[in-house]
Design a binder for this molecule. Structure first.
Ligand code: CMC
Length: 391
């Protein structure tokens, strides 16, 4: 009818219908394809969860084996991609590197662009699920100055990720079950979150029929920001700063509440969760267990718990319904696993990959129109052009 209402940040705008993920922010419920994340985190592995998100149901044994075998048959990444990685300075942020390499993959997999059938879609999906962990492993190994290796097809999907990230040259590789279980859990809990910033980005880029890998590369860039996935890195840096400052949590609480200070308590607050973030609940418990099982005593965990307690009884946070989110405790686990702080958001991207794929696939199969929001123009009215010499 020509009437446009604006909704900055799309706080009350639905962009699509979706059958992928159910989220009730008041009750703290999150389900993928109907399956509760609490049960998935306890009983499923990451690849099963990815299958359920992408194809709608948990797989049978046969379906899972075929899926994994199809993924394994695409696990090589062209050596020229390695050369692109080598050209980045060692100081480059891993999220920028990952986004660039994901986009670069398009050049070596042109069939991932013009997707017009379910077969072409499936082929692009298994390719990226195979190659993305290689890029993640390479990005981390380059940072650590390690030889860039490929995976091992005899390993499970998550074990293989660990192999590519952690295997030292001349060292036998043994899967540490504590790290494997924790990694599965973290990846599952990050796997989808309906129409968040990066997922909406993937859908909107994909809606122009740009290729899958280009859409994912855009999603990675969106995830990088500290208000979104980048918060997990920012949380750890904040906790480190508090530790260096003698553990003065009160000072940081005051900064977070000061409207003249841009500082925010990182890992706190959520657009949709207004009572608790169910992912944070599981991750907090896992952080305790993993550090205990690995025999790691990290003073940062105590600072985090103290900060959470203070915030939960502070009227500023209570009134605004600000609770710890998924990013508040995840970094403490990544750190105990030996993952560098600036790789944390890459781990988030690795977990979110199936969700992005599932949402992109749904958007294409539903033949959604190109995303194209409107605006209310607030600029100058018509004015006459003035020649350069006369301005
Ligand atoms: N510390 C201090 N104040 C906060 C915080 C915080 N972490 N989060 C929100 N507020 C205040 C904000 O200043 C505002 O106050 P007022 O009403 O007085 O102006 C009020 O709470 C509402 O905040 P908002 O920014 O309007 O809420 P939003 O829904 O637009 O933003 C958010 C949600 C997650 C971006 C925000 O809470 C935030 O910046 N949190 C810190 C960053 C973070 O942890 N991000 C990870 C989010 S979960 C995982 C993911 O999405 O990747």
């Amino acid at each position: 009818n020509g009437v446009i209402t604006i909704d900055p940040g799309y706080k009350n705008t639905g962009s699509c219908e979706s059958a992928v993920t159910f989220l009730d922010g008041e009750k703290g419920i999150l389900r993928y394809r109907g399956y509760a994340i609490e049960e998935l985190a306890e009983k499923a592995d990451f690849l099963e969860t990815a299958y359920a998100l992408i194809f709608g149901n948990l797989p049978t044994k046969v379906e899972l084996e075929k899926f994994h075998s199809d993924i394994k048959s695409h696990s090589l990444v062209d050596d020229d991609v390695r050369k692109i990685l080598e050209a980045f300075p060692k100081t480059a942020h891993p999220m920028g590197v990952l986004s660039s390499l994901t986009s670069a993959l398009t050049a070596f997999n042109p069939s991932s662009v013009d997707i017009n059938s379910r077969e072409e879609m499936y082929s692009a999906i298994v390719r990226i699920l195979a190659k993305f962990p290689v890029l993640v492993g390479w990005t981390m190994r380059k940072k650590k100055g390690l030889h860039l290796n490929y995976g091992k097809n005899s390993l499970g999907y998550v074990e293989n990720i660990m192999y590519m990230m952690f295997k030292q040259p001349n060292e036998d590789f043994e899967v540490n079950p504590i790290i494997k279980n924790a990694l599965d859990k973290l990846l599952i809990l990050h796997a989808d979150h309906e129409q968040n910033c990066s997922t909406s980005t993937v859908r909107i880029v994909g809606s122009s029929h740009a290729g899958l890998f280009a859409s994912l590369s855009a999603g990675i860039s969106a995830l990088w920001g500290p208000l979104h996935g980048g918060a997990n890195q920012a949380v750890l840096e904040m906790l480190e700063a508090i530790k260096e400052d003698g553990g003065d949590t009160k000072k940081y609480m005051a900064k977070a509440k000061d409207k003249n200070d841009p500082f925010r308590l990182m890992g706190f607050g959520h657009r949709v969760y207004k009572n608790f973030d169910p992912r944070a609940k599981i991750i907090k418990k896992a952080a305790d267990e993993v550090l205990n099982d690995l025999g790691v005593n990290d003073p940062i965990l105590e600072i985090a718990k103290g900060l959470e307690q203070e915030a939960l009884s502070d009227p500023y946070f209570v009134d605004r319904k600000l609770y710890p989110n998924v990013d508040f405790y995840s970094g403490i686990i990544y750190r105990a696993m030996g993952i560098p702080t600036d790789m944390f958001t890459v781990m988030f991207a690795l977990g979110r990959l199936p969700g992005w794929i599932a949402q992109w696939k749904e958007m294409r199969l539903r033949k959604e129109p190109i995303g194209r929001p409107r605006q209310i123009y607030t600029g100058e009215n018509y004015r006459e052009f003035v020649d350069l010499e006369k301005r």
